[in-house]
Design a protein around this ligand. Structure first.
Ligand SMILES: CC(=O)N[C@@H](CCC[C@H](N)C(=O)O)C(=O)O
Length: 384
């Protein structure tokens, strides 16, 4: 299925303006401008920080229908970009140096706009709430948005979201009942020692060496402290230290992320990190500070609703349905699902480069697939 050129143009415009979490000012302005061009008679628009909530008033339920009181069906897209210098072949590359939509949020927002436009023109009995949420990549916009007055007054009874999946062909939707994405925690460790002249190591306390030891020791946690039948990840994505090649480093900093499928494992992994860091303090006579940054709750799909959605996709042949395995990615949409029944699914975008890669080029044909599946599902669900 091809995508309406209007949505392709919007995706390309969004692709050019990636912004960090809670700084999505230009993105918010662009989205508000697009929303203002839609039929307004059923729309109520609210902003929350750099996010946006739009309620489409439904037609109301007829007496005698299964649920007489109109419900609110929520659909959420995330908005932020990543600190990655883009290396795609696109003529419409990012205009914000060092920032890129490398996790598909440009597609997510475009799909949400198209879904909103559809229901503004073709309302269903229930209200539809389209949520543009900031800061998914960190520090996490879902939890504060969920707790906000703006969200609470339109709180959905059911909520869904999608995430692009580079590894699946266009036309594929993948999901599963139960856990889909992992519990996550960011990890920042500062090591503070004693700097000095490179030629006098015995008079200093080198944090580059301490940091290197710690990175290696952290690899033992998943190998030796986590049940092999459980799953966990400890990744250090950034290691910095020192100031110059002939100065012994006074400080080093490790930045990473922890992923686990159970909350118990998250506690166990953190306890082991703390023990290893204490060992580094003792062994290298330095001081360490640990900060766990943003923690995301697992994405746990409502079992019955997900099975119903999967059956819907199969029966309508709306897309190729794959029942996938859980993934160690994180998503703060998990906070919404902890309170509101719903689910998340992967959308195939068929590109050889993975999420968070500078060359990620998701297929724009997937936008049309997603808009069709989401609008048809919400319309069907609202008629029940
Ligand atoms: C889908 C995806 O890639 N999500 C991100 C979420 C980041 C969570 C947080 N900043 C962390 O690193 O723990 C992911 O990296 O999985």
């Amino acid at each position: 299925m091809t995508t309406d050129p209007r949505w392709v143009a919007i995706r390309r415009a969004l692709h050019q303006i990636p912004e960090p979490g809670f700084e999505e000012v230009e993105t918010q302005r662009f989205l508000l401008d697009q929303i203002a061009r839609m039929p307004q008679d059923r729309l109520e628009v609210a902003t929350w920080r750099t996010g946006i909530l739009v309620r489409v008033r439904g037609t109301g339920r007829r007496a005698g229908s299964a649920a007489e009181k109109p419900r609110v069906i929520g659909y959420r897209a995330d908005m932020d970009g990543l600190p990655i210098a883009e290396e795609t072949s696109y003529p419409f590359r990012s205009r914000h140096p060092g920032y890129m939509h490398a996790c598909g949020h440009d597609l997510h927002m475009t799909i949400a706009l198209a879904v909103l436009d559809h229901f503004a023109r073709h309302p269903v009995p229930d209200d539809v709430l389209v949520v543009f949420q900031p800061a998914e990549e960190g520090p996490g916009g879902a939890l504060p948005m969920l707790e906000s007055e703006a969200f609470r007054r339109w709180q959905p009874d059911l909520m869904l979201a999608l995430h692009i999946a580079p590894e699946y062909p266009v036309g594929t939707i993948a999901t599963r009942p139960g856990i889909l994405f992992a519990n996550t925690s960011e990890l920042f460790i500062d090591l503070i020692g004693q700097g000095g002249h490179a030629a006098y190591p015995h008079r200093a306390n080198d944090m580059v060496v301490a940091g290197a030891h710690l990175v290696t020791q952290l690899q033992s946690i998943v190998a030796r402290n986590v049940d092999p039948l459980d799953s966990a990840v400890v990744t250090i994505g950034k290691l910095t230290g020192g100031t110059k090649q002939n100065i012994i480093a006074e400080r080093a900093r490790l930045e990473g992320t922890i992923r686990t499928l159970s909350r118990e494992s998250m506690q166990r992994v953190k306890a082991r990190i703390e023990a290893l860091v204490r060992g580094i303090e003792e062994g290298f006579q330095c001081r360490a500070e640990i900060d766990y940054g943003a923690n995301y709750m697992q994405v746990y799909n409502h079992e019955d609703l997900t099975r119903e959605f999967m059956a819907f996709v199969r029966e309508r042949q709306a897309a190729e349905l794959v029942e996938c395995r859980e993934a160690m990615t994180g998503e703060d949409f998990g906070y919404f699902l902890a309170e509101i029944p719903g689910f998340m699914f992967w959308l195939g975008v068929d590109t050889p480069y993975g999420l968070h890669h500078a060359k990620l080029e998701p297929s724009e044909d997937a936008i049309g697939v997603a808009v069709r599946v989401v609008t048809e599902y919400i319309t069907w669900k609202s008629a029940r």
